[in-house]
Design a protein around this ligand. Structure first.
Ligand code: MG
Length: 232
């Protein structure tokens, strides 16, 4: 918790899973089921900690732990495809309560900051819902996804790319994240990083990752953050 709230930040970089959508329970259980199918020991909770990372990062981590070697490209692809298949078979996750309120509150700030999507996901099933669930907020040209960056979160690249898309400096951006690896990426990019604890991850993990400000829920963030920014 070291950065001052920026004065009239020019862009807001929104994470998607667990931030805009209540999709993490589906992601975590899909990862868990897929890894169990391979007979690799794991727990359902651990997948919340890898949230925000690319599929490559997560598959490699689990294969290294189980077999003491790196995953092959074929393994990464087949594991991730199977995980995505399980995810798609589940009921579509809903918009995170409070997320649309926060997006609308940001858009209504008097200095009209931009809204940009910065996600480690390549999951078309959710990306395709953004236009109808958050009309006008995250058009294709204002999205950074797993397809646009080589090094995903916790590297700073996705948020640096988001700032670049907005045409502003990273320190003029506010990151909205729910996961430790995403918070770490926002912090490393030099953005004011707001963590919202929407899942089981404790506040301490978000603070350790470098969050500048932590809220317990999206409704709390939507109710308090815009006012804090207006007064900064
Ligand atoms: Mg997330």
């Amino acid at each position: 918790m070291n950065r001052q709230i920026p004065h009239h930040p020019k862009a807001f970089l929104f994470d998607m899973d667990g931030t805009l959508y209540d999709s993490m329970p589906n992601h975590a259980s899909s990862w868990y089921q897929m890894i169990c199918e391979h007979g690799i020991p794991c727990t359902p909770e651990e997948f919340y900690l890898y949230e925000g990372a690319t599929g490559h990062f997560t598959v490699n981590l689990l294969i290294r732990r189980a077999f003491g070697r790196d995953a092959t490209d074929e393994e990464v692809q087949s594991y991730y495809e199977r995980k995505a298949e399980i995810f798609r078979s589940k009921p579509a996750p809903g918009v995170m309560p409070g997320a649309l309120d926060l997006v609308r509150a940001v858009e209504s700030l008097p200095w009209k900051p931009q809204t940009i999507l910065v996600t480690g996901s390549a999951q078309g099933s959710l990306l395709g819902m953004l236009d109808s669930d958050f009309p006008g907020a995250f058009p294709i040209e204002r999205r950074v996804t797993a397809l646009n960056v080589k090094r995903g979160k916790p590297n700073p690249d996705p948020f640096l790319q988001g700032a670049k898309l907005a045409g502003v400096k990273p320190e003029e951006c506010v990151v909205i994240e729910n996961a430790p690896l995403g918070v770490m990426a926002g912090d490393r990019a030099g953005c004011f990083t707001v963590a919202v604890a929407t899942g089981p991850t404790p506040h301490e993990k978000l603070a350790e990752a470098g969050a500048d400000l932590i809220f317990s829920s999206m409704p709390e963030c939507a109710a308090q953050l815009p006012e804090m920014l207006c007064n900064s």
